[in-house]
Design a binder for this molecule. Structure first.
Ligand SMILES: Nc1ncnc2c1ncn2[C@@H]1O[C@H](COP(=O)(O)OP(=O)(O)O)[C@@H](O)[C@H]1O
Ligand SMILES: [Mg+2]
Length: 300
C-alpha cells in the first residue's frame, strides 16, 4: 500500500512517544533502537517506520536524507540487498524524520533464525553475513575516495528464502575523501543533554570508528552472540571470520572476543542507565517544575 504523507504527519502530531499504543493513531513498537524508535502503523502493515527525532531545522533533515540516499545507494553498489524504503519529514514543534522500510517477517530476522534454524544452517547464515560484510571492505578498497561503515551485528540482517538483506541503514556513516559525511552531533541529540560531554569524550569516536574496520565489525558481531545466548556459536564463528581475514596478524582469538564483549557491555549499560535516569528526570521532576511555574495549570 502506498504511504500517504499526510497520514504520517497526523500520526506524528498525535503520537504519545511513551505509550505509542495510546496515540491518536495507535502504533506498535517493533524495535527499540539506540537512536530511533521503530513502529508499525495501521493500515500500513507491510511497512515499518523508523522515527528519528534528531533535528532542529528542516535543512538538517534534508541533508540527512541526502546522505541516507547516498549511503544506501553505495551499499547496493557494494552488492548488498536492502528492503525498499521511503522518507518523510514532519515539521511540528520539532523536526522529525521518518524512514519507512518494507517490513520483514519476524521469522525471517536473522536474530530469530539464530534460534530456530538447525545449528549447521545457523552457522551457514552467519557465514553468509560475514561474506556480505566483506563486500563492504572490498568496496572500500576498490573505491579509495568512498569508505562505507556497516554495523554487521546479526540483529541487522534478514534471511528471506535464500536472500540476505541488510536493513539497519538509518545511521548513514560513510566517508568521502576521508571526511565523515554524517554529523556525529546529530547522534548526540538522542542522548541526555547533561551527559553529552562524557559521551563525546569517551564513547562517540570509538563507536563510530569500529564500524569501518572489518576485523572490529566481525569481533563486534561475534561478541554479540553472547548477548544472543548463543555462546556455543562463538568458536565456529571465529573460525569462519578468520577464513575471510587473510593476513595471519589479523586473525581473531576467542579471548579477544570475550574481552571486547565485557568492555562493550559496560559502555552500553552505562549509556542505557543514563538514558533511563534522564527520562525519569524529565517525566517526573521537569513536569512537576513546569506545573509549579504555571499555577494556572494546577487550579482546575
Ligand atoms: N524492515 C524491518 N522489518 C521488520 N523489523 C525490523 C525492520 N527494521 C528493523 N526492524 C526491527 O527493529 C530492530 C532495530 O532496527 P534497526 O534498523 O537495526 O535499528 P537500530 O539502528 O536501532 O539497531 C531490528 O533488530 C528488528 O528487530
Ligand atoms: Mg540494529
Amino acid at each position: 500500500m502506498e504511504i500517504n504523507p499526510t497520514y504520517i504527519r497526523d500520526f506524528e502530531l498525535g503520537l504519545n512517544p511513551q505509550y505509542p499504543e495510546k496515540s491518536k493513531i495507535p502504533a506498535n513498537i517493533v524495535g527499540f533502537g539506540e537512536i530511533s524508535s521503530i513502529f508499525k502503523i495501521k493500515p500500513y502493515n507491510d511497512w515499518v517506520f523508523k522515527r528519528l527525532p534528531l533535528f532542529h531545522h528542516e535543512a538538517e533533515a534534508s541533508v540527512y536524507i541526502e546522505k541516507y540516499n547516498q549511503y544506501t545507494k553505495y551499499l547496493k553498489q557494494a552488492g548488498l540487498k536492502l528492503p525498499p524504503d521511503d522518507t518523510f519529514v514532519i515539521k511540528s514543534k520539532k523536526v522529525i524524520l521518518y524512514l519507512a522500510q518494507k517490513a520483514i517477517d519476524k521469522s525471517d530476522l536473522c536474530q530469530n533464525k539464530l534460534h530456530t534454524l538447525p545449528e549447521k544452517e545457523a552457522l551457514e547464515m552467519i557465514g553468509t553475513i560475514f561474506i556480505d560484510i566483506k563486500k563492504i571492505a572490498d568496496f572500500n578498497e576498490n573505491n579509495q575516495d568512498i569508505i562505507l561503515s556497516i554495523d554487521g551485528q546479526v540483529s541487522n540482517w534478514a534471511l528471506v528464502n535464500n536472500d540476505l538483506f541488510y536493513f539497519d541503514t538509518s545511521t548513514p556513516l560513510f566517508k568521502i575523501n576521508g571526511t565523515e559525511q554524517m554529523n556525529p552531533e546529530l547522534l548526540l541529540n538522542s542522548t541526555p543533554k547533561a551527559l553529552r560531554w562524557i559521551i563525546r569524550k569517551f564513547f562517540l569516536q570509538e563507536v563510530m570508528d569500529r564500524y569501518y574496520d572489518l576485523r572490529l565489525i566481525y569481533i563486534d558481531l561475534i561478541a554479540n552472540l553472547y548477548k544472543e545466548q548463543k555462546s556455543d556459536f562463538i568458536k565456529p564463528a571465529v573460525y569462519l571470520a578468520n577464513e575471510l581475514l587473510l593476513e595471519s596478524s589479523q586473525k581473531i582469538t576467542e579471548a579477544e572476543v570475550e574481552k571486547y564483549y565485557k568492555n562493550d557491555k559496560l559502555i552500553w549499560q552505562l549509556f542505557l542507565s543514563f538514558r533511563k535516569i534522564d527520562r525519569w528526570y524529565s517525566n517526573h521532576i521537569l513536569r512537576k517544575q513546569y506545573e509549579f511555574i504555571l499555577p494556572g495549570n494546577i487550579k482546575r
